[in-house]
Design a protein around this ligand. Structure first.
Ligand SMILES: NC(=O)N[C@@H](CC(=O)O)C(=O)O
Ligand SMILES: [Zn+2]
Ligand SMILES: [Zn+2]
Length: 418
């Protein structure tokens, strides 16, 4: 048994008793007994474990960037107790055998709960569909070609029909390759000024419009990954009004940065989709607050230093985010007074749990003890040397933030201690 003493829950000091993997009791005080392991909460804030439905852990095949071990340790440090891993590893998780190996590896090496996505098409690009039925039975949390847009409508349509049949979601990286112009940042004033090729925002929204029509027809749960444009927000709003079973995620970087801040050819500002315009960013924030966008997901995308140096024209797309998401959103949205802490928990735990039918999002007696204890009061600087991820590729190094993880507990066991 583990006793957590003196933690703030909805602004009241409480103690929590954990037996096996479950929350057994929550009360103003609980007297410790000799058989209890005691965690002193020091009046820090206890929250349901955060849930990230979009991470890249790079194992197998690209372990110089990240492994299940380093990625999940970083997740625990970020306050996350459940993450959903993308299938764009090497080789791609596009068949039952590699899915089985991946599930076993996640189970063996993950210090947080790691759910696995499988691909829609072989190698993320072939004009086929994977064995969605079998991989759903095996426990894939959903199906996605993240990293690439699905270029052919019929391939997406067939995948939706199959996923609907087995009651699993399709997660879409929407990108029409005929409109990307081999760009490395958003198409706009900044790209012109810097002389860099720009990615049209239409490459995202036009494919999203297609998919929403297909989702309407098939009834599948369709989840939009890393939504980045104002047109996309409007399309999701309209689709929800039409009764489409759609959810959407936005990344912290698209909420906090825009292309007006890309003042030089800086690979740390390169990710897909790119940082969009100020107007897009404003629409994303409004969409999140009004509920059109359901959740925040990091799109944690670690790369080596070599891959993220030099020019944006040659650097890899993607930034890490799992260790900075909570503190950034807490500092810029909650501490600043825009929303309350419960809203952050809704965006980063409750809504992801609800949308994907997994446990979590609430601290409740009888439920798994997946939780995090956060110091919300002391300011600190985001530093690469503190990261547990192998990747330090983020434009947020040097930012001053609040919200530091003291403990992350998964199924009653300590996964991270600060
Ligand atoms: N977001 C990125 O810029 N990169 C991701 C792929 C993806 O999420 O599309 C990656 O795997 O590195
Ligand atoms: Zn993507
Ligand atoms: Zn991704």
């Amino acid at each position: 048994m583990t006793l957590i003493q003196n933690v703030k829950l909805n602004n009241e000091l409480v103690s929590l008793l954990i037996e096996d993997n479950l929350i057994k009791q929550i009360a103003p005080t609980i007297a410790p007994t000799p058989e209890m392991t005691v965690i002193e909460g020091e009046e820090n804030t206890i929250l349901p474990g955060l849930i990230d439905v979009h991470v890249h852990f790079r194992e197998p095949g690209l372990t110089y960037k990240e492994t299940i071990k380093t990625g999940t340790k970083a997740s625990a440090r970020g306050g996350f107790t459940t993450v959903f891993a993308m299938p764009n590893v090497k080789p791609v998780i596009d068949n039952p055998e590699s899915l089985q190996q991946m599930i076993e590896l996640n189970q063996r090496d993950g210090v947080v709960k790691t759910q696995q996505y499988a691909a829609i098409s072989s190698n993320l690009s072939a004009l086929d569909n994977t064995d969605i039925e079998k991989m759903a039975q095996m426990g894939a949390i959903g199906f996605t070609n993240d990293g690439c847009g699905v270029q052919q409508a019929n391939i997406m349509y067939e995948a939706m029909l199959k996923a609907k049949d087995v009651n699993k979601p399709i997660i879409a990286h929407v990108e029409d390759n005929s409109l990307t112009n081999q760009g490395v940042m958003n198409e706009g004033e900044s790209s012109k000024k810097l002389g860099l090729p720009g990615i049209s925002p239409l490459s995202e929204s036009s494919q999203l419009a297609r998919d929403l029509v297909l989702a309407h027809s098939t009834g599948v749960h369709y989840h939009v990954a890393h939504i980045s444009t104002k047109e996309s927000v409007e399309l999701v709003r309209l689709a929800k009004q039409m009764g489409v079973n759609v959810t959407a995620e936005v990344s912290p970087h698209h909420l906090l940065l825009d292309d007006s801040m890309v003042e030089s050819d800086n690979p740390m500002m390169k990710m897909n989709p790119p940082l969009r315009s100020k107007a897009d960013r404003k629409a994303l924030i409004a969409g999140l607050i009004e509920g059109t966008i359901d959740m925040i997901a990091t799109d944690h995308a670690p790369h080596s230093q070599e891959e993220k140096q030099g020019s944006m024209t040659t650097a890899a797309f993607g930034i890490v985010g799992i260790e900075t998401a909570f503190s950034l959103i807490y500092t810029k949205f909650v501490k600043s007074g825009l929303v309350d802490l419960a809203t952050l928990v809704k965006w980063m735990s409750k809504n992801p749990a609800q949308a994907f039918y997994i446990q979590g999002g609430q601290l409740e007696i009888g439920k798994p003890a997946d939780l995090t204890i956060m110091d919300l009061d002391s300011e600190y600087e985001i530093k690469a040397e503190d990261f547990l991820s192998k990747g330090t590729n983020t434009p947020f190094l040097g930012w001053q933030v609040f919200g530091q993880t003291k403990y992350t507990i998964v199924d009653g066991k300590i996964a991270y201690k600060g």
